[in-house]
Design a protein around this ligand. Sequence first.
Ligand code: AHR
Length: 620
Amino acid sequence: TVVVDTFQTGVNVPKTLFGVFFEEINHAGVGGLDPELVSNRGFEAGGQYTPSSIEPWRPIGSEPDLWLETQKASVFEGNPIALKFEARGAGDENGQLKQALGFSNPGYWGMNIEAGEEYNVTMWLKSEGSLNLTVAFLSQNGQWVLGEGHIVEFAENAATWQQRHVTIRASSTDHKGQLAITTRQPSTIWFDQISAKPVKTFKGHGMRVDLAEKLLSMKPGFIRFPGGCYVEGVRLLNAFRWRQSVGRWENRPGHLNDVWGYWSDDGLGLFEYLQLAEDIDAAPVWVFNNGLSHTSELDTKTIGPFIKDVLDGIEFARGPADSEWGSLRAEMGHPEPFDLEYMAIGNEDCGKRHYEGNYLRFYQAIKARYPFMKLISNCDATNMPLVNPADLFDYHIYTSAAALFALSNKFDGYDRSGPKVFASEYAVVGQDAGTGSLLAAVSEAGFMVGLERNSDVIEMASYAPLFVNTHDRTWNPDAIVFNSWQSYGTPSYWVQTMFNSSGGSLLIPALVQGVQGATANTLVASATKRVDVNQERYIVKAVNFGGPMNVQIQLSGLSEDALGPEVTVTTLTGGSIWDENSFSEPEKVVPVKSRVPLAGNDLLVWLPPMSVNLFEFPLA
Ligand code: AHR
């Protein structure tokens, strides 16, 4: 029996309780949420020296007719490398070369080009003579034109660096297409910052629509970004730096994401993260580097410039539009301050030699200027009291299904006067997880019931990681899986959506009684009351991490006619604990809704084995 004590008015569940953690890992952003189709758009991926790598650009044609070379010739200070292109040869009587020469880009494992959709292609270029370029999306094998446009200029208009645009409407589809820029005219042209993006983006703010919509339907209370280890870097010089990630995209130097092994052109910068947070109505949680990487540490005595950097970053996010950094934000299209109220001082750095020292310097400097800012420590306060002051502390757990489910009571005994908990990374990993199994999802739901039950001290929690591009499964498992054109949620993703009404409701005591024998310790339950909807309702969550069982849900303390005549039941389960979703069966394991009649205040139900169940009891 699950007894819900409706005599209690309940305590507020923080609006932020369940959120998301976005990390630039598994090509989550580059080649994912950021819909930039071109890989290495500034020819900078090899670093800012020449010769620089032009990978994955490929020549169309060959020497001696074609010459491609990187040079320090860019118009952009932050991005010095440009591509010099020469189409050599005399041309026929019309001045045409016998073969089109140029170069192409396959994007990130192929570009998704869909018939009827429009794509903005932009590039910077200058030329020694007139220009006659064909800009085309081609099929993967290069044999079919999916859509094309042209850039034609007289020599006098092309002699200095200018940005050119073409909007291409595709007439055919290939999910693994490529971009090709060619000419039949003997030419010497410098190219830089070549970008191709779908015209349609999430809320017009430049995110891939299907992926951002999946975030939206999680109704996250917050979004933690941009990492994770991504924030630290293996080497400090490769860590994400906000200053290099803002302003016009063409001038962002980009950096090597050396933890997860790929180049980021920083199209997703601090502005874009804050804008995304606003667009999905989630509180932004910015994790910043506190002078520590995986292999090096800045001594506390020398941390001053890093502190200044972060204070400037806060001004960028929330300073007035006429402040030094706030004005850049305004120029980028957001004069109003962003609502940044949470910041994490580093990621998984606790125990490193200079962590506590650096932490305190950041803490004091930020609090002095922004006393309301909630600051998050990396040190685990469930082990021992923290050395330094903190509003929240960060708790990470990746473990087996049984171990995570058992941690449902992890915070029951946590000191209520200590800093609040931010369980910012949790997931079942290893064999139990497959590439996103039902088993893992049910275990995580059990853990989340524990988080909800302790939401007087738990302010925030997020599953990790959020996204994986199926071509770069560096970290497994992940909540949302995608390729160039498709995406689906794992069962863990769907569990997240089942908890999305929790934040902002009232936590009502719920007691599990009389579970015995083989079923002991396999059922956990929690109850909340939603008062933020037209029709108020009690929501009971029951997670069954074992065999089938009959459960009576008792809403004690209500008058006989207090509840409506029907309960909505949402269940996530499957034929096997190893069931997973996939591109071919994206909805094999998803929550299924049904309605059952209710007479009185007790509901007798059968819980399927390994299931997550949500019961909504509307008030009459
Ligand atoms: O979520 C994947 C990684 O796990 C994060 O980058 C890091 O914080 C943790 O170790």
